[in-house]
Design a binder for this molecule. Structure first.
Ligand code: COA
Ligand code: AMP
Length: 645
């Protein structure tokens, strides 16, 4: 009889090391693991110590050797330029070998960092795998980030190489990457040795050969003609596979470090058990390789599992319409689809009755998984109604690399509860604590934490910032990893994730730091101080809204200053910040101790009932802000409903 979720979770609880060692047997190791878990290494212990392996081997070569060479590994579909193509495991191996050869010939080896600043093209996936093949550490930077953010990542990682493309394709515009890259390199202190630039037909970039630019396609073609064979370099299971920068509370992003061994084992386990996807089946994650969802479930997990992954360049709507997702599902016989709720809100907005769904044969689709932000029950219900398959919310974050809480399709679905991503996956013991670190009664809101050690596949530290990792994730609740999410657990252990406990906001499934935006607003010469809060948005979940206090001497047109600040955030952080609203206010509401009352401002903007904080310095300010918001179209911003005791 098939094991149920409860059997499997109990198996893990009874003997976590035996559980993960069994999972590791599905993969190839060039040197066997000596200790499944060593509690004395790293910040909370390390997994699969002594073992040697290679992630690229396990994603590609292993399947080729096992006879899967002529199965499709990657399907590429660009709704932006109409390209449709696919690559077998054999073909992926050839592409990856050639890129690895180019990198190796230019001196890239084990441990070197390689930045990828690329659109959604197959070469991006192949480049990630080529780095893994060489034991080099890739760091993918999302294309919607501007030059300054890219420069920070080049510097922090000490990248030896940047792989980029001439352009990305966004609806209505071509994003020229090369000027952004050149500007970033000019700004960065750590200068990469060379840049590989993929020329796309839509826009050719002028290459600066004197600065070490290399034409990606030409260099790769030479290696393909030469038939250069690059063997996988064995790396320690504990060696880093990649760094992925994610928003922290300041403008300095946190470089989440993922190892090779634990990452492979955890992702491989999830494919059949959580997503219910078998080798040879098509799995589609509609996200971007610049985010963790893309790393784990566009690239690594489906390939580790011997499935076929879909790489899609386009949007859920407007490219050309709200039926694009259904075209892809039917055209490629997608068995499981994974995306962010915001994509479904966009589709529902354009196609409320699900008309487009009826134009396609979706009979192969078994489940839809949602993550990246809270799945609002309305959207979830709509998706269920139009797709007629289980819609499964699951909760995780960049730091964990794979789902902490979910409903395991491969183990038999558990009863659903609206608003809950269901139960913890094996590896995760989840608790909810009050601010003093005591468990709260079931049903009470608190800080969601994970009991240490974290399972394989979770972050091992921040790049070059062990102390920052310890302080921001492990210190506040000793013995636990702090997720910085707040929520509650019901009597049956179902988790409900309600909000972040820090200043991170979630905009269109993208994780953004309001602290980082405040740092940029404050750079404007006319701004004395500022606050950025996330306000509710029907499509994107949340969007940032900036409140600016100007310096006394400023007598310019206030609208002009607001527009300049908006432009500044776009040019410093990038379009992905979606920072479109800034408003000048006389003062910011603060407590008597000088703390800005961002939470209250957010409630006012969201039209939620709010009370006047007892500790407020000047009670008139919040009413003034409510009035300004009403004038700006935030019709629901209302006066206080009372005063805190
Ligand atoms: N390169 C360059 N610019 C990019 C970009 C990229 N890879 N991705 C987004 N941008 C730009 C957009 O063009 C937009 O620019 P604009 O201000 O000139 O219009 C801006 O960044 C904001 O992007 P976004 O917030 O994504 O808004 P959107 O209107 O372009 O799309 C959705 C909204 C909901 C359709 C889209 O965000 C989406 O499909 N999200 C769900 C899937 C997903 O990717 N989730 C990520 C984690 S799972
Ligand atoms: P990221 O690191 O970009 O994946 O963002 C992680 C954050 O997104 C989490 O800490 C949550 O705040 C939020 N998040 C992700 N998935 C969910 C979910 N299923 N429900 C609620 N919030 C989610």
């Amino acid at each position: 009889m098939q094991s149920t979720y409860f059997d499997v979770y109990a198996e893990w609880q009874a003997d976590p090391e035996a559980f993960w060692l069994r999972a590791a047997e599905a993969l190839d190791w060039s040197k066997p693991v000596e200790r499944v878990f060593d509690p004395d290494q790293g910040a909370y212990g390390r997994w699969f110590v002594g073992g040697e392996t290679n992630t690229c081997h396990n994603c590609i070569d292993r399947h080729v050797k096992a006879g899967r060479g002529d199965q499709r590994a990657l399907i590429y579909d660009s709704a932006m330029n109409g390209t449709k193509t696919s690559f077998t495991y054999d073909a992926v191996l050839a592409e990856v070998q050639a890129i690895a050869a180019v990198l190796r010939n230019h001196g890239v080896g084990k441990g070197d960092r390689v930045i990828l600043y690329m659109p959604m093209v197959p070469e991006a996936v192949f480049s990630m795998l080529a780095c893994a093949r060489l034991g080099a550490v890739h760091s993918v930077v999302f294309g919607g980030f501007a030059a300054h953010e890219l420069a920070k990542r080049i510097d922090d990682s000490g990248a030896k190489v940047v792989i980029s493309a001439s352009c990305g394709l966004e609806p209505g515009r071509i994003v020229s990457y090369k000027p952004l890259l050149d500007h970033a390199i000019d700004m960065a202190t750590a200068k990469p040795d060379f840049c590989l630039i993929l020329q796309r037909d839509e826009l050719h970039a002028p290459l600066r050969y004197e600065h070490g630019d290399i034409d990606f396609r030409q260099a790769v073609e030479v290696e393909k003609v030469n038939g250069t064979v690059i063997d996988c370099v064995p790396v320690a299971a504990t060696d880093p596979l990649y760094i992925l920068y994610t928003s922290g509370t300041t403008g300095q992003p946190k470089g989440v470090v993922r190892d090779n061994g634990g990452h492979m084992v955890a992702l491989q386990w999830t494919m059949e058990n959580l997503y219910g996807v078998k080798p040879g089946e098509v799995f589609w994650t509609a996200s971007d390789i610049g985010w963790v969802v893309g790393h784990s479930y566009i690239v690594y997990a489906p390939l580790l599992a011997g499935s076929t992954t879909v790489l899609f360049e386009g949007k859920p709507v407007g490219t050309p319409d709200a039926g694009t997702f259904w075209r892809i599902v039917s055209e490629y016989d997608v068995k499981v689809l994974f995306t962010a709720p915001t994509a479904f809100r966009a589709i529902r907005r354009d196609d409320p009755d699900g008309e487009y769904v009826r134009h396609h044969d979706l009979s192969g689709l078994r489940a839809l998984f949602l993550a990246g932000e809270r799945a609002d029950p309305e959207t979830l219900k709509w998706a269920e109604t139009v797709l007629k398959v289980p819609v499964i919310d699951h909760w995780w974050q960049t730091e964990t690399g794979w789902p902490m809480v979910g409903n395991p399709a491969g183990l038999g679905l558990l009863p659903f509860k609206a608003g809950s991503p269901t139960l913890p996956m094996p590896g995760y013991a989840i608790d909810v604590l009050d601010d003093a670190g005591h468990p709260v009664p079931r049903g009470t809101l608190g800080n969601i934490v994970v009991k240490l050690p974290l399972p394989p596949g979770c972050l091992v530290s921040f790049w070059n910032a062990d102390e920052r990792f310890r302080q921001s994730c492990l210190e506040e609740f000793p013995g636990y990893y702090k997720t910085a999410d707040a929520g509650l657990m019901d009597d049956e252990g179902y988790l409900f994730v309600m909000a972040r406990t820090d200043d991170i906001i979630n905009c269109a499934g993208h994780r953004l730091s309001t602290g980082a935006m405040e740092e940029v607003c404050a750079m404007h010469p006319d701004v004395a101080e500022c606050a950025v809060v996330g306000v509710a948005d029907a499509l994107k979940g949340q969007v940032p809204c900036g409140f600016l206090v100007l310096k006394n001497r400023v007598s310019r047109d206030l609208g002009a200053v607001e527009r300049e600040v908006i432009d500044l955030v776009r040019s410093e952080i990038g379009p992905v910040a979606a920072f479109r609203t800034a408003m000048v206010v006389q003062r910011l509401p603060k407590t008597r101790f000088g703390k800005i009352l961002r939470g209250t401002m957010q409630k006012i903007a969201d039209g939620m009932p709010w009370t006047m904080p007892a500790t407020i310095d000047d009670p008139g300010i919040l009413e003034e802000i409510a009035e300004i918001l009403r004038q700006r179209g935030y019709a629901r911003a209302a006066p206080a409903v009372g005063q805190d005791a």
